[in-house]
Design a protein around this ligand. Sequence first.
Ligand SMILES: [Zn+2]
Length: 450
Amino acid sequence: MNPVSAAILASLLVVRAVETAAAILNLGNLRPEIPPEMEGVYDRQAYGRSQEYARATARAGLTRQWVDLAALCAFWFAGGFQALDELARAWGGGPVLSGLLFVGALLLLSALLSLPFSVHATFVLEERFGFNRTTPRTFVLDRLKALALALALGGPLLAAVLAIFAHAGRSAWLLCWAAVAAYTLVVQFVAPRWIMPLFNTFTPLPAGELRERIERYAASVRFSLENIFLMDGSRRSSRSNAFFTGFGRHRRIALFDTLVARLAPAELVAVLAHEIGHYTRRHVLKGTILSLAHTGAMLWVLSLLMSRRWLYDAFLVERASVHAGLVLFGVLLTPVEFVVAVALNAWSRKNEHEADRFAAETTGEPEQLVGALKKLSEQNLSNLTPHPLQVALHYSHPPLLRRIAAIRGAGSASPGASESTAREGAATAHGPGREHREAGGMPPASLLGR
Ligand SMILES: [Zn+2]
């Protein structure tokens, strides 16, 4: 093993070790007694179940992470990248075609590796805790749709990136960035209207008390009712959630049918107000801009490293190429992306506090939002006492108790005084709806992390 390989491997091990330590500390932070704030919301049995759920998901998550790393190392040190490169070139057809084959084969391998974990998560873990509503048919169809979308949307973009880097010389990264930015904006713009309905059914709010209350509130903050939909979340899971996504004409707030079934109308208005808060504060648009800035920086660094011999030597690849450079750079960057994710989660948690504050102020009923969040936490078996390191690494939403304290603080104290800048876990990384969110670019700003 050459020194660069050793350094890369060491950095991957450090990332995994930190994640494992955070998960273990997190389990150590589980307390047998119910926090006073949540007495009467959780009973002893539900509280025990939420802890059992935290343990089970931690075990599954750690297994998956270490198996992923072991598979990568086995592939790497057995010369897998080199063998696949030879295979892709053997087809002839130039840098774009061999690049598509090389990257496509790796994506397929990684999808195959993750399949048993997804099956286990959906049909064993979620099933055991009473969340799963996904039928095997829906599960298979979801995967086929995601694959078709990846081919139809991701294929042409990848082909464009490969062609630009192969032919455009020094300014290639800038051209690529422009292509990726245009593509992201278009997909993000049309996703709520054209992509998300491939996975879920969206219907306008039915007439009745709830619609009237929502209409009154939406009018008071000048948000069009036409952008508010019910979504059949119950098709995949009994979990409740709500989210805001997209921008411009196709922006959309989705309230899960499971949410509407469980909350009182005033609580639902509070949740809706939170989502409108994301819209008013332009969180989705800002997130898209941040993500594009990040992509630009990555493409620039990629352009600097792509022709360096040491990158290919470290992964036992003989010939430099755009496609291999792209993939190997991705592995090399894992620790950097790990740190970037921590920063983005912190930013996301700040946004959640902002949306909460908007809801509390515009409805004038902070306790309705508090009540809604408590109910949802209980139903979704949220961990009430996550360890701060776990929060920093994985929480895209602030822990419930901190969120409640901030909502109550916002009503009386100076704004922002009780704000934390901690970040929350990636809402995209868990549960159903993952595919359409990923296909839609940036994750929607949702009510709960998981
Ligand atoms: Zn939110």
